[in-house]
Design a protein around this ligand. Structure first.
Ligand code: T68
Length: 837
């Protein structure tokens, strides 16, 4: 390409950019058949829906490719500043439908597929989720790259290409059983292998002083793995920009030992490869807990090293001096998992680019920013110094120096405060010593943010309290989470979306959610209100069908759908929910048949995975299923109460479940859920929240008005006192909670011994999550919900007003704030006329 003159390049670019592939039904049909025959060696006669999906997906992808190429080419040539969103998790879900909507080709594909005998909806169902994440944190990363693409921000996601994503959950005899997620067994149309983009990543070994400089070291490593790039397109809606997620896979060809093979040691010949491949084999299935395993550390480092090498390589192509890196690159750390990027950048700048420590540190801290997603102590990443020293000797040295210089500066600022130095040290003086990754991320970044207003306040008062004093208030900011209206409204809720389009006049609300404000004008329009209600009913019918196919349980779509779907965790208190269901069951059983028939019918839906090693969470799943079995089989109860646990919760399952809720529960102990993002999704789909005063629930309430949300429970600032009290006193369950315990203990739901540990966690384990404290107000709140739902007109008003006032929770708003206040980047829209700049 060096030989091409600029004007020739411009011409080539213009020609390429003006030659979009035809979009008519006939051409599309041909391209599907072409892929069927030429890519998959099938004939139209032997096409099944699996191959219809693959051929269609490859044909859609052809139409994305050109835009994707142009976006990257254009951003390169414009030397645009890019943001790199580093995340060990990207919970993407499906891409096909998303791409069809972004390209505005859904109708055409529906017709083309109809012509060859297939229904688009069935074809869409053939795609497997890309489930490279655990929950909120990974899904947030996916929403954020979507918003970057839709708003033309030059940005890339960086992650790992796990061979096995989030495990599949089966429910056997009421218990969770995990099966591997072999999502790459069939061809994946949404990734591009880039064997030419491969970097060596070193591990272990020892250091030698570089004779040419006292700061530099030569790292003689024992093991070198290769990280190879796979690129995943992120189709932008309403723009031709296509974003990119670059995922690394550990490649190991060089580790095949031919000598061992030749001498007959076949096992030994591949031993090195097996040890390497395992690095990107599987996603750690923990949500809000730190696993602390050596393999996880190596996984994190492989990710950070490959990503930093790639960013530096791209930067160097601009020909600018290293000190300009922060002008062309912003890096966001999605929690502490990618924090080794900080010492890795320092290593590259000092040992390879030959910068001084001070120059390197200035560049590093201006480039990185850090998002904290939790303050749960069990989630805090800490790595033992001996482990780091063995695997990453150079990085350990750099981290010691970062800490030393930091402590020296603090000692100057606050002379003689030994206890302060002990508290803020990046190295914890435990036995063995541990590196506190949250502190390293904080010191290595120019901005630190929490994910909702309350959470950003809490981190300033707790883990980063001293750092606020030392480094100043301005470094600590809030960026409340958001979700993508493309996936979480337009794609998953077509009926409601049509109503929004009707009200707004066009589909522009999908990229500009503030336009939904116009809904308020329709809140008194009787015909509109009826159609709003009908849209929800249709979604509930769709979910009822989904429940029937996934669980065999028949539910009545006219009942109140009461939904709690999220990872199973003690702090999220699914246990409190099922205990309230038990209490309700008890009350129903006490009634005369006449009174019972007058009760509001309710379907209580649960879904969510428990980390494989989280025993208590798994017992909660068992309890839910055991209660469901008894209640659902009770003929006296019939449709008045149904309890459902939908197995294998996923992004795709969420797309069925969320649009169908009347009420959804977000009931974490106040101060424990940093934000929550499904709470936003439920309200954006016309559902009402029953929740605690926690996370983003608070800001949702502020935006939509307190009449539209059901709050209960103690407040975050009261939690510490309650916990303190409960450490020394037995909790006193109210009558309702005691009734639920009694029912379990009378073996109503099978052998009580199985569930006694759950009861004990409240009665004898200090009730850390304050179930006994919040239970009375929780039951009250349920009553308030019932009364409100019985008044259908009021309910419809609440639902419409909620959606109208939710625009703050679009991830587009979050990304704009990050772009302006953290990354200092601007939108760059692909425009072939600008190419000569
Ligand atoms: C979630 N965190 C928060 N962590 O719990 C949630 N942890 O309140 C918030 O809305 C969301 O982040 C987005 O900000 C997580 O999901 C993890 O999944 C996780 C993964 C690995 C290790 C620790």
């Amino acid at each position: 390409s060096q030989s091409k003159t600029p004007s020739k390049m411009d011409n080539m670019f213009q020609n390429y950019s003006h030659s979009e592939i035809a979009r008519d039904t006939a051409t599309i049909k041909n391209s599907v058949i072409m892929h069927l025959t030429a890519t998959f060696l099938r004939t139209p006669m032997s096409m099944d829906s699996g191959h219809a999906y693959l051929a269609s997906a490859f044909s859609v992808r052809d139409r994305l490719l050109q835009r994707w190429n142009l976006t990257n080419e254009f951003h390169d040539r414009m030397k645009a500043k890019r943001v790199y969103y580093m995340s060990l998790e990207f919970l993407i879900g499906r891409t096909f439908d998303n791409a069809l909507l972004a390209l505005d080709l859904r109708e055409e594909y529906s017709k083309a597929l109809g012509d060859v005998g297939f229904c688009l909806e069935d074809i869409i169902d053939e795609e497997r989720d890309a489930a490279l994440g655990n929950g909120g944190l990974g899904r947030l990363a996916a929403c954020y790259v979507d918003s970057m693409a839709c708003q033309d921000y030059p940005g890339w996601g960086y992650g790992l290409r796990y061979k096995y994503g989030m495990f599949q959950q089966q429910i056997i005899n009421g218990y969770q059983v995990e099966a591997p997620d072999c999502w790459l067994d069939s061809p994946n149309p949404w990734e591009f292998p880039r064997p030419d983009v491969t970097y060596p990543v070193k591990f272990y070994g020892h250091l030698e002083r570089d004779p040419s400089s006292e700061h530099r070291y030569i790292w003689k490593s024992d093991v070198v793995y290769d990280a190879m790039a796979f690129d995943v397109p992120v189709p932008g809606y309403g723009t031709t920009n296509v974003g990119n997620i670059r995922l690394w896979s550990c490649k190991t060809n060089s580790l095949f030992d031919l000598n061992k093979f030749n001498s007959g040691d076949y096992h030994g010949a591949t031993g090195g490869q097996v040890a390497a491949q395992i690095l990107t084999d599987v996603l750690y299935p923990n949500d809000n807990t730190n696993e602390g395993k050596e393999l996880r550390l190596r996984q994190e480092y492989l990710f950070c090293s490959a990503t930093m090498q790639d960013i530096i390589a791209r930067f160097k192509k601009t020909g600018r001096p290293m000190r300009d890196l922060p002008d062309l690159a912003a890096i966001q750390l999605n929690d502490t998992h990618p924090t080794l990027g900080v010492p890795e950048l320092m290593r590259i700048l000092i040992d390879e680019e030959e910068l001084t420590w001070d120059e390197a540190w200035e560049i590093t801290t201006r480039t990185f920013a850090f998002t904290n997603h939790t303050i749960l102590p069990e989630a805090m990443e800490k790595w033992p110094v001996p482990m780091l020293d063995k695997i990453l000797p150079r990085h350990m040295g750099i981290m010691y120096d970062i800490n030393l210089f930091f402590l020296q500066s603090v000692e100057k600022q606050f002379p003689g405060d030994r206890d302060l130095l002990r508290r803020i040290s990046i190295i914890e003086e435990s036995n063995p010593q541990q590196v506190r990754m949250a502190f390293l991320a904080c010191v290595g970044s120019h901005k630190v943010n929490g994910v909702a207003a309350i959470h950003s306040d809490i981190i300033k008062q707790t883990i980063f309290k001293d750092f606020v004093r030392i480094q100043g208030e301005d470094k600590f900011i809030n960026k409340t989470n958001g979700v993508s209206p493309r996936r979480w409204m337009n794609e998953c809720n077509p009926d409601m979306s049509s109503l929004l389009t009707e009200v707004v006049g066009d589909r522009s609300w999908v990229n500009d959610l503030a336009k939904t404000k116009k809904l308020e004008e329709r809140v008194t329009d009787q015909d509109f209100r009826q159609r709003w209600w009908d849209a929800k009913q249709a979604n509930k019918k769709r979910l009822a069908d989904y429940i029937l196919t996934t669980t065999g349980i028949r539910v009545n779509p006219n009942a109140l759908f009461d939904v709690q779907v999220k990872r199973i965790h003690e702090y999220k208190r699914q246990l409190m929910n099922i205990l309230s269901v038990i209490y309700r069951y008890h009350c129903l059983k006490q009634m005369t048949p006449e009174d019972r028939a007058k009760e509001l019918h309710r379907v209580v839906v649960f879904a969510g995975k428990a980390a494989s090693g989280y025993w208590v969470a798994k017992q909660v799943i068992k309890l839910i299923n055991s209660v469901a079995e008894v209640v659902n089989a009770d003929e006296e109860i019939g449709d008045v109460l149904k309890v459902v646990f939908i197995p294998d919760y996923s992004v795709t399952a969420a797309e069925y479940i969320i649009p169908a809720s009347d009420i959804s529960q977000h009931i974490s102990t106040a101060g424990t859920e940093a934000s929550g993002t499904s709470n936003m999704k439920f309200v954006l789909n016309g559902g009402i929240i029953l929740g605690t005063v926690d996370g983003a629930n608070i800001e949702i309430g502020e935006e939509i008005g307190e009449e539209q949300i059901f709050f209960f429970g103690c407040l975050a600032h009261e939690v510490e006192d309650f916990r303190h009290y409960l450490r020394f006193h037995q909790p006193k369950p109210d009558d309702a909670l005691q009734t639920a315990f009694d029912m379990i203990q009378r073996n109503t739901f099978g052998d009580a011994a199985i569930f006694q540990p759950l009861i004990d966690s409240i009665l004898r384990g200090g009730d850390v999550y304050l179930l006994s404290v919040d239970f009375p107000s929780y039951i009250q709140a349920h009553k308030a919900v019932e009364d409100a739902y019985r008044n259908r007109e009021e309910w419809i008003t609440k639902s419409i007003l909620s959606v109208a006032r939710m625009s703050k929770f679009s991830s587009d708003r979050s990304i704009q704030e990050y772009a302006e206040e953290v990354w200092n980047i601007e939108p760059v829209r692909v425009n072939s006329c600008n190419m000569s700049i």
